[in-house]
Design a protein around this ligand. Structure first.
Ligand SMILES: [Zn+2]
Length: 156
């Protein structure tokens, strides 16, 4: 299992160095780094204590995958987790309303989903999931994620 813990300064330098190497003049700026760090904290994928950034169990789950699986897991966290109800120890997952599942004109998968705790309903747009695979990807994500964190939801 990957271990990850760095000071915020070290992490920023590493990310910016890598970006410049890969993307040259198109590398993202420092403010983009801070934006993403904030989003990753909001999604409970990383924690920051005294300027030390480390992966949470949820972050480990995402970072332990590669290729398509990494993209699917990242989008799962981005779209299906209720940020209002989740904490680092317990992840609350929106349950899709399967009757609402469809492909939009923009070719992304759309589905309505409901939080099992606060009952909030959201419209979810997810780019890299195929319609035929939806149930499997969702259920497999839950089965797999259960090994890393406590979760609240039901399979579909
Ligand atoms: Zn909720």
């Amino acid at each position: 299992m990957k271990r990850f813990e760095l000071s915020k300064k070290e992490l920023k330098e590493k990310v910016i160095y890598r970006e410049k190497k890969l993307m040259g003049e198109f590398a993202h700026s420092e403010s983009t780094f801070y934006y993403w760090l904030k989003r990753l904290r909001e999604w409970n994928m990383v924690r920051e204590v005294n300027s030390i950034v480390s992966l949470t169990k949820l972050g480990e789950w995402v970072s332990n995958a590669s290729g398509d699986e990494f993209v699917h897991r990242f989008e799962f966290v981005e779209e299906f987790i209720c940020n209002s109800c989740s904490s680092e120890g317990t992840v609350v997952i929106f349950k899709p309303i399967i009757e609402s599942l469809h492909i939009s004109k923009e070719n992304s998968l759309n589905v309505k989903a409901k939080c099992p705790v606060c009952k909030k309903e959201e419209k979810i747009y997810i780019k890299n999931w195929k319609l035929d695979d939806f149930k499997n990807l969702y259920n497999n994500s839950i089965d797999n994620l259960k090994k890393f964190v406590n979760i609240k939801t039901q399979k579909i």
